[in-house]
Write a protein of this length. Structure first.
Lengths: 63, 690
């Protein structure tokens, strides 16, 4: 029972992190390792900066 | 077999329950009813529409194909194209589409009674808004996440594309102006509200610095810090309100506040996104989700009674909040929550790039809009649980009911909605405000309604805190929309100006950034300024214009969808979008017709301009009104022109769509379908292997 609760909480935490973009850099690193293993990935700071810049260049919020 | 039987049984039970609740709402006269009837009716309607209508559209009309690879899979770049879990996509999509619109519209439309607005929110959403969002999401997904404007250009032709671009830019400007007005009216002469809203700016900047420099990319930590600070700011505002010197720093009439909002909008548009816009958006998303959930729980827990009648006498067009009959104005006033064209921009931008499988389109497109419609139902409840006398005292502009409290309550009581000066004074004192008379715009009355619901459910002693929490909640995402909207307006303008001189199209060239930001801010700032100096409150002019422009954008999205359906050979099923399109054309055309030709000065723009002009010429206006009269006259004429322009734009694109359809049906060449060819998804098998 306790095990299942912990597993459920861990799952919920993963989803919250993904939903908020908290784990965006980790996901980027995973993507980078899988697709562009040859080159060096961006640092956390650079990635976050670019990510935000790109995110807010289109229509993101509504009335 | 047994399971199937059970499912049939459950759905029949839901249908009966929904029918009973709807019947109860619609047929009840004279007695007040419980808000749970509205909640029950709404949930049953959404459930049935989602289970049957949306499923039928997905499987029989759109032919959603779970074996087809989505753009997120094919173009996966780890950034904007990322195949995501459907609940994650749902969260992003809902956070993007749900803004202040579904809160303000139903509050204003409550002047007709609770019934018309509620029925339109339910029927408009399941047959119109949800379908629009779902089909736009589907067609954009099949086209690598192309925007509505691009789809209009590819599928219908250049006219459609330009019309979509111009409509988007204009709706953005009107939208920002009206939202700015709502915030200004909520802050007017309220040191508590003003200081709290002002505090959200440094808090957002602090969070921005935290996420960029102190702990880069730690979104949750930064957001948590910000939310705690925001709650402290709400309480701190109450403290400031009790300091005789400090409170005067934040005690301002409308006009200086409007200038502050305009200055803020310009600063937000040119500052880097990480400093203000991005952190504010994180905060507003959490506050918004938290408050909506809290409100839903409080309503279910408290089961408040609805005190507004089902229908009021104002369906005849004499309403104090805005002039105009039930038809077409209830359909214009409630855009977001029933059908909102703006959603088509989200459903054809970010969301399709995150979908991992086409089968999620029903849940995200249709389900996301159903949830927003439910938020609108809750706003309707929060407005109608107030005593109608109080509701009208808060929302009626001084120009209609008079400036003096005694005159206002006499007028409102004469309509059959009794209210006293003492009652209003006590309410204002409980909410921590100096007055609640003529606080137009919907935000204060929504905040009073929310405070009374949340206060009864979670602590009566904190009414003033709940009130200012509700004001902060509305202001923070209104200002997010203002920031984001100004920025998008700037990009669109730069895009257009780039055609004239390419250098102006560079989004990082500072002179062009300053110029285009200034133009966009000046455009909405003008309407905001007029709204503030207008003695009738401005909302009665701006909100219908906003509703019309938003519905016209929806009509453009439905035109694109109908055109694609016909070109795909699905003429037999094209009614799923053609029907809501026809309704939108009818309501927007008749609303524009009335706004231009009506001889009633409270409805017709030109009638109001001419009336004011003749009074000015006759010298019967008091000096302070005579001073602003020429500006107001010019503005009314400009508004008439704008409404005419919107409706011409709509008819242009409708006729263009019909032309393309007719050519296709007659076998003549039309722009080809721009759907990306089928490619089998590999995500499914990868998951199965894990």
């Amino acid at each position: 029972m306790a095990k299942r609760l912990i597993a459920w909480l861990a799952h919920a935490w993963r989803n919250i992190r993904q939903l908020s973009g908290d784990d965006a850099y980790e996901r980027y690193l995973a993507h980078h390792a899988a697709r562009h293993a040859g080159s060096a990935p961006l640092s956390r700071r650079e990635f976050f900066h670019q990510h935000q810049q790109q995110k807010w260049s289109g229509i993101k919020r509504c009335c | 077999m047994n399971k199937k039987f059970l499912s049939v049984f459950v759905w029949i039970a839901i249908a009966l329950l929904g029918a009973a609740a709807l019947g109860g709402i619609a047929l009840n006269r004279g007695e007040s009813i419980n808000a749970m009837w509205l909640i029950t009716a709404a949930l049953c309607v959404y459930a049935i529409a989602y289970r049957f209508y949306a499923a039928w559209i997905a499987s029989k009309v759109l032919l959603v194909d779970p074996t087809r690879a989505t753009p997120a899979e094919r173009l996966d770049n780890g950034r904007d194209y990322v195949p995501s879990n459907r609940w994650i996509v749902f969260g992003h999509h809902f956070a993007a589409i749900a803004g202040p619109g579904p809160l303000v519209g139903p509050t204003l439309a409550a002047q007709f009674g609770y019934l018309p607005g509620t029925l339109w929110i339910l029927i408009g959403a399941v047959l119109g808004g949800c379908v629009q969002d779902m089909v736009t999401l589907f067609f954009s997904t099949r086209r690598n996440g192309k925007s509505l404007g691009q789809m209009a250009r590819d599928e219908l032709g250049a006219i459609g594309g330009i019309a979509a671009l111009i409509a988007t830019l204009f709706i953005m400007i009107i939208l920002i102006a009206v939202l700015g007005l709502v915030v200004v009216n909520a802050m007017k002469h309220s040191p508590w509200a003003t200081s709290t809203v002002a505090a959200t700016i440094p808090i957002a900047m602090l969070v921005g610095l935290y996420m960029r420099s102190i702990r880069p990319g730690r979104v949750l930590e930064g957001s948590l810090l910000g939310v705690v600070l925001l709650l402290l700011a709400v309480a701190g505002g109450g403290w400031i309100d009790h300091q005789p010197v400090l409170r005067e720093l934040f005690n301002h009439p409308g006009l200086p506040l409007a200038w502050a909002v305009i200055g803020y909008g310009f600063a937000a548009a040119i500052l880097p996104v990480w400093l203000l816009l991005a952190p504010r958006d994180y905060l507003s998303t959490y506050i918004k989700l938290g408050t909506v959930i809290l409100l839903a729980l409080a309503i279910i827990w408290l089961q408040p009674m609805i005190k507004m009648p089902a229908l009021t006498q104002f369906i005849d067009g004499t309403g104090p909040i805005f002039g105009g009959k039930l038809f077409p104005f209830v359909f214009i006033t409630i855009a977001c929550g029933a059908i909102s064209g703006f959603h088509a921009l989200i459903a054809s931008g970010t969301t399709p790039k995150l979908l991992s499988n086409e089968r999620d389109i029903r849940m995200i497109g249709y389900g996301g809009m159903a949830l927003e419609s439910f938020v609108a139902i809750m706003a309707m409840i929060a407005a109608t649980v107030l005593d109608p006398g109080i509701f009208f005292a808060i929302n009626s502009p001084a120009g209609v009911v008079g400036k003096e409290a005694a005159a206002a309550v006499a007028k409102i009581s004469s309509w059959g909605f009794p209210v006293t000066v003492e009652q209003m004074a006590l309410l204002a004192q409980q909410m921590g405000e100096t007055t609640l008379f003529a606080r137009t715009g919907g935000a204060p009355s929504l905040a009073v309604g929310m405070a009374s619901i949340l206060g009864s459910a979670f602590g009566e002693g904190m009414l003033a805190l709940w009130y200012h929490f509700a004001i902060m909640f509305e202001a923070i995402f209104i200002l997010t929309t203002l920031d984001a909207g100004t920025r998008v307006g700037r990009f669109m303008l730069q895009d257009i100006l780039g055609n004239i001189w390419p250098k102006l199209g560079e989004t990082s060239w500072y002179p062009s950034v300053l110029l285009s930001s200034a133009i966009v801010v000046a455009a909405w700032g003008y309407f905001l300024y007029i709204g503030v100096i207008d003695p009738n409150g401005g909302v009665n002019i701006l909100w219908p214009l906003f509703g019309i422009s938003n519905q016209i954008l929806a009509a453009i999205a439905l035109c694109v969808a109908t055109g694609i359906l016909v070109k795909c050979g699905k003429l037999r099923h094209a009614w799923i979008t053609a029907l809501p399109l026809a309704w939108l054309v009818i309501i927007t055309s008749s609303a524009v017709w009335e706004k231009i030709t009506s001889p009633d000065v409270r409805i017709g723009f030109l009638a109001a301009a001419n009336d004011l002009a003749s009074k000015l010429a006759a010298g019967t206006l008091p000096p302070e009104k005579a001073a602003v009269a020429p500006t107001l006259i010019f503005n009314q004429r400009l508004d008439a022109l704008l409404a005419l322009f919107f409706i011409c734009l709509l008819w242009l694109i409708v006729l263009d769509m019909l032309r393309v359809c007719a050519r296709h049906l007659n076998g003549k060449p039309v722009p080809p379908l721009s759907e990306v060819p089928h490619q089998v998804t590999r995500l499914e098998e990868a998951w199965q292997r894990d």
